[in-house]
Design a protein around this ligand. Structure first.
Ligand code: URA
Length: 204
């Protein structure tokens, strides 16, 4: 009897053997995803840090804990409602930003993840995700919180949780308060997805 094809497992196996860029030399493991591959909401961050590299799971360190708290506060369950990954799957040395070459080398993995999960809504956490996915350089503080079409999906840039860690304040207008409000808007849109037409596919 032929074995059933499992695209998620195949992606994991293929990606684990990736040597498309020099980050493969320094990694402990490839960090592909956590959450629900059937979720309608996909979160894309920058790249794994030390704890992610050690555990093999994205967003489990300090910024991941803050992200988790923000998701819970917005009424979202990361295990059920989200699929979480990064634009770059291997840890850059010293947690530096991924280079343009690394973003480009890793992009086919992200494309396979998007195809697999087929999310209706996508959140881009921070400037590297904004650049790696949409090719937009800079402007995250201006663009955050705004939905834009991305092919047949809606995408929203958000401030990166590691940036939010620099600010303790939750005063109105603070980076944390703005992000909390953005995530409430995300949850609201997720709830009314079935009433909402997808964007006209602009091919982007
Ligand atoms: N920052 C990211 O962008 N991704 C992670 O997985 C962890 C920290």
């Amino acid at each position: 009897m032929a074995l059933a094809h499992n695209p998620e497992k195949a992606l994991r196996t293929d990606c684990a053997g990736c040597r498309r860029c020099p980050l493969a030399e320094g990694r402990q493991q490839v960090v592909l995803s956590r959450g629900n591959p059937s979720a309608r909401l996909m979160l894309i961050g920058e790249a794994p840090g030390a704890q992610e590299d050690a555990s093999g799971l994205p967003f489990v360190g300090r910024s991941g804990q803050l992200l988790e708290a923000l998701l819970v506060a917005a009424g979202l369950d990361s295990a059920q409602d989200t699929y979480i990954c990064n634009v770059v799957k291997c840890r850059p040395p010293g947690n530096r930003k991924p280079t343009a070459a690394e973003l480009a080398a890793c992009r086919p993995w992200l494309d396979r993840q998007v195809e697999l999960v087929d999310p209706a809504l996508v959140l881009l956490l921070g400037a590297s995700a904004l650049d790696g996915v949409l090719g937009i350089k800079g402007g995250i503080t201006r663009l955050r919180g705004q939905w834009r079409p991305w092919g047949s999906r809606w995408v929203m840039p958000l401030l990166h949780p590691s940036y939010l860690l620099r600010f303790g304040s939750i005063e109105p207008g603070s980076p944390r308060a703005l992000t909390a409000a953005d995530l409430r808007a995300v949850h609201a849109r997720l709830k009314r997805l079935d009433d909402l037409a997808p964007p006209l596919d602009s091919g982007g």
